[in-house]
Write a protein of this length. Structure first.
Length: 77
């Protein structure tokens, strides 16, 4: 697989994870908004969003590190 194909695959995966994060945030806001005052619901939405983005970035950096290591070792052969 070429470098361009790898980049496109990674971009597609990022877009899919972003969609999941947005959908989780939308679902969480609908669920929590019914039970909390608006200012508390907004604070919780922000926390959920930050946690989701942080989790995504950690997964992405770990995946990128693995791919970089494997491509580096392949180039040494």
């Amino acid at each position: 697989m070429s470098r361009i194909d790898d980049d496109e695959r990674r971009l597609y995966q990022c877009a899919r994870k972003y969609e999941q994060i947005v959908n989780q945030g939308s679902k969480a806001s609908k669920d929590s908004a019914a039970h909390l005052p608006s200012y508390e619901a907004a604070a919780n939405d922000g926390e959920v969003f930050v946690e989701s983005i942080t989790k995504f970035l950690h997964e992405f950096s770990a995946e990128s590190a693995v791919e970089t290591d494997s491509s580096s070792s392949a180039s040494l052969l």
